[in-house]
Ligand binder design. Structure first.
Ligand code: SF4
Length: 322
């Protein structure tokens, strides 16, 4: 929570330094001023969360994000195959149809569920590629997870291309808790989210924030409010080995690697300001939609927390995490 006495320019300088355009350079004063001004307006409007890692939200945290923030969540990569070819996609190319659970390649849904048991995970995100290209695999995973002594919560990430009503009902019946749509992959078509809203209580849209799309993003937020979609999760556009060339061809720039011990990607130079603007718009114009910024700083702290847990569990020294 941002409080009255907080030095907002400190948070702004920290954020600007970690997502600057030039490695090692002092943050640009104009950028620090802009970030400080946005943080001041967000504080006045009642934003919640942690500004040191830029983990901020407008009303409520999505339930699926809580275990993840504690380092108790993980991801199953259901398949690398997809129906789209987004320029910002960070999946490995050429695309491969494989199942990976918590970073470990596995052969069957039951093996994937056993990984959850072994690591004591409390939430799982099913992603891809487009996981609904492999609906039978997704349903088998849901059944295997539900059969565990302590079943985790499960969220599914999809671009919506295969999310018809019958599929959504089958997912709900198999135990899926919530579904998250990447509306940017479908050029802001919210039809699948509208269908899902009639089937799931918990529906979210989760997207990268591309600074050039601010107009479309705000229009989308008003539409989400009208549809009573409860959650919008935003993250900074980031560049990695798999999307750098296409992102740079569109004029995006990232700080070069080396600063993060835990992430293989860097945020695009100007995406954070756009994320803060959207949080502000959410507070001012969307009374029921909750907007959550899962920034590169958030992901860094989640990755660090997970790394520390693994070190503790394996009994290895922890000094390197400092
Ligand atoms: S929809 Fe998702 S997985 Fe598919 S290309 Fe776009 S970003 Fe990649």
């Amino acid at each position: 929570m941002l409080r009255e006495g907080d030095d907002l320019s400190w948070f702004a300088r920290k954020a600007a330094a970690s997502s600057g355009a030039v490695p090692g350079a002092a943050p640009e004063p104009a950028r620090v001023r802009r970030l400080t001004e946005l943080l001041e307006r967000l504080r006045a409007a009642g934003v919640k969360g942690d500004a040191a890692s830029m983990t901020l939200f407008t009303r409520r945290l999505p339930p699926g994000c809580r275990p993840c923030l504690k380092g108790d969540g993980s991801n199953f990569y259901v398949t690398g195959l997809c129906t789209r070819d987004c320029f910002f996609c960070f999946n490995q190319k050429p695309r491969k149809d494989e199942l990976v659970a918590h970073g470990l390649p596995v052969e069957t849904p039951e093996e994937a569920a056993a990984v959850v048991e072994r690591f004591g995970l409390r939430s799982v995100g099913l992603s891809g590629g487009e996981p609904l290209l492999k609906l039978d695999r997704v349903l088998a995973i849901l059944r295997a997870l539900r059969a565990l002594p302590r079943p985790p919560r499960v969220d599914l990430y999809t671009n919506g291309d295969r999310a018809d009503a019958a599929t959504l009902r089958a997912l709900k019946a198999a135990g899926l808790h919530s579904i998250r749509f990447d509306a940017v992959a479908r050029d802001f078509d919210l039809a699948p989210a509208a269908v899902a809203r009639a089937i799931f209580d918990e529906v979210a849209v989760e997207i990268p924030v591309i600074p050039e799309q601010m107009g479309k993003l705000k229009t989308m937020m008003l539409e989400l409010e009208r549809l009573r979609v409860p959650y919008l999760n935003i993250h900074e556009l980031f560049l990695c080995a798999e999307n750098r060339e296409r992102s740079e061809a569109r004029g995006e720039r990232a700080r070069e690697g080396g600063e993060s011990r835990h992430l293989l990607w860097r945020p695009a130079a100007r995406s954070l300001e756009s994320c803060l603007e959207l949080l502000l718009f959410g507070l001012e114009a969307c009374p029921t939609l909750s907007v959550y910024l899962c920034s590169c700083g958030t992901q860094e702290s989640i990755a660090r927390r997970g790394w520390l847990k693994r070190r503790r569990r394996d009994g290895a020294p922890q000094a390197a995490a400092a």
